[in-house]
Ligand binder design. Sequence first.
Ligand code: FE
Ligand code: FE
Length: 172
Amino acid sequence: MSKINTLRDVYIEQLKDLYSAETQLVKALPKLAKAATSPELARGFEDHLEQTKGHAERLEQIFDKLDEEPTGKKCKAMEGLIKEGAEAIAEKASPAAKDALLIAAAQRVEHYEIAGYGTVKTYANLLGEKEAAKLLEQTLQEEVATDKKLTQAAESINVEAQDQEEAVSHRR
Ligand code: FE
Ligand code: FE
């Protein structure tokens, strides 16, 4: 018999992937906060760090109820997204452009999480896991709200990055 047979097995596999993603993010978000120039952006990353710790805890609660372990799977997609974030951090860029790069990386992360939580929430509902579905929905809403905040931050920061470009071309 294969390891993954039922929807419950798929559900657990996907929850493990998300747990790995969240725990990787708990380590990565402080680095993004440190690299941000805009204090609001830095605070935004710090706030989301606290939320992210909560996301990992919600998943632990769900695993507890399922009598399963959350560990044992590495989310390679999140590993890659975080590597791109590290590239953004290392990039030689003007302060506004650096923030724009950080936001671009962070929004990819949020969209990845939104996709993942949407999927597991659907499974939880199909499996009649009402409590879990509620917890997953709460996290999903926090990811959506974070993505919206990043879009708002990008709107002002990208304008600054554009001004930077104009300042440079004036100097030429
Ligand atoms: Fe999260
Ligand atoms: Fe997130």
